[in-house]
Design a protein around this ligand. Structure first.
Ligand code: GLC
Length: 419
């Protein structure tokens, strides 16, 4: 009898403990606070740790540990995916490339966020869309990006030429002016990886073409516009005004080629402008930046950048959201630009006279961001991008005509979207 009562008491204690555990679990669902781990792609400008140190000093119970994954966006995504697949990964907050939001949301790896908690209406208009999937907010824009054309201002001035606005002008100067000055013409990022998808999409978008529609459900790439866009890049490589080395370039190698004074024109993100114009660069003080040219005037940049997302499995979602609030606050966004050379998402900073003086490309960048186009939204974005990289690279190396490449793109993308 005593034994039974003792067992009963034991059960009661167990039940109380369990209900406490469940309640804590439920609380941790949206209101859990505690330490955090933030995963990001390689921090090329080394600016993030100092920003996080500011948070850590003020929030000792919610300290954030930074985990830097490899430089290339593709490798970072693969590592994050591996971590997330088991449903109980190491990370609480993810700094994800804008083009992964749909895939991570569709897979259930990141949680929907309450719009009212973040000052979305203070951000540059196009960036919020990259953080939404099927009408819900799944991340908060953190850094934006748009491809720019960097040019050697000294060389063009010597020739009495303005920076090119059209592909025809870019092509002419890359073909004729560059060799006169011992330079290669034009380079972008054409190694098969995400950067090539970006460069190809910019060429296609600039002619009015597209790749996928309806959040990735419809293939729209088979068009004369896409042929013209891919054809422009293919012609450049074939004729040599795009150097063949460009087929092995990511952002970093292409930036280096420009910094070393080997290129007249470079398509890259603005961080490369800052690097090329700073002490230690062979071309410091001789660099300009304009919108990417297109067939008959400024072309279309792909919207780059990254969003901050909260993992589905985190036990500290409230801290995660508070950290995101901090990283997207105006003072921190200012330092994203001044320390990190990365384009902030807060619109007001682009009108700040001190910043405009210090970063002369800021106005051009804002125009480029406001007119930039996102990459296709797709729950299978990784597959979509792999197809684009592989097919366009085959066209660039001359294994396939632009015409055949566009037809193959349409077929292979249809297979991905059907899967
Ligand atoms: C930059 C962009 C990102 C893009 C990547 C491609 O990091 O911000 O959006 O996917 O370059 O390499």
């Amino acid at each position: 009898m005593r034994g039974a009562r003792a067992a009963g008491r034991g059960l009661l204690v167990l039940a109380v403990l369990l209900s406490g555990y469940v309640a804590a679990g439920a609380r941790s669902d949206e209101s859990g606070r505690g330490p955090l781990t933030l995963a990001t792609a390689g921090d090329l400008t080394g600016y993030l740790q100092p920003l996080l140190a500011g948070w850590n000093r003020a929030h000792p119970g919610e300290r954030v540990t930074l985990v830097e994954l490899p430089n290339s966006t593709d490798e970072t995504r693969a590592q994050m995916e591996t971590d997330l697949r088991g449903g109980n990964g190491r990370f609480d907050v993810l700094n994800i490339d804008v083009d992964w939001t749909s895939q991570f949301a569709a897979a259930g790896w990141i949680r929907p966020l309450p719009r009212e908690r973040f000052p979305l209406d203070t951000f540059l208009r196009p960036v919020v869309d990259t953080a939404t999937y099927q009408g819900r907010l799944y991340a908060v824009p953190y850094v934006t990006n748009a491809g720019l054309l960097l040019y050697r201002a000294d060389v063009l001035a010597e020739e009495g030429l303005p920076p090119p606005r059209t592909w025809a002008e870019l092509e002419r100067d890359a073909r004729t002016v560059a060799p006169r000055h011992g330079l290669d013409g034009y380079a972008g990022q054409m190694l098969p990886y995400e950067g090539l998808t970006v460069n190809a999409a910019e060429a296609v978008y600039s002619t009015g073409g597209s790749i996928l529609g309806d959040e990735g459900r419809r293939v729209t790439v088979d068009s004369a516009a896409a042929r013209e866009g891919i054809g422009f890049l293919v012609r450049g490589v074939r004729e040599g005004w795009i150097p063949r080395e460009s087929l092995t370039y990511t952002e970093e190698e292409s930036k280096q080629a420009f910094k070393d004074g080997r290129l007249l024109f470079l398509r890259n993100w603005p961080y490369a402008y800052v690097a090329a114009d700073s002490a230690g660069s062979a071309v410091a003080g001789r660099v300009g930046a304009v919108r990417l040219p297109g067939p008959d005037g400024p072309g279309t940049s792909v919207l780059g950048g990254s969003n901050l997302a909260v993992t589905a499995h985190t036990r500290h979602p409230d801290s995660a959201k508070r950290l995101i609030g901090y990283l997207t606050s105006e003072p921190v966004q200012r330092r994203v630009l001044t320390l990190g050379a990365l384009p902030p998402v807060r619109a007001a900073l682009y009108d700040d006279p001190a910043l405009v003086r210090r970063f002369p490309y800021l106005r051009v960048l804002r125009d480029a961001v406001l007119s930039a186009a996102p990459r296709p939204k797709s729950p299978r974005y990784d597959q979509v991008s792999l197809v684009v990289q592989a097919v366009v690279h085959d066209a660039l190396t001359g294994r396939q005509t632009p015409d055949a490449a566009v037809r193959r793109l349409a077929e292979e993308l249809a297979a991905v979207t059907r899967r």
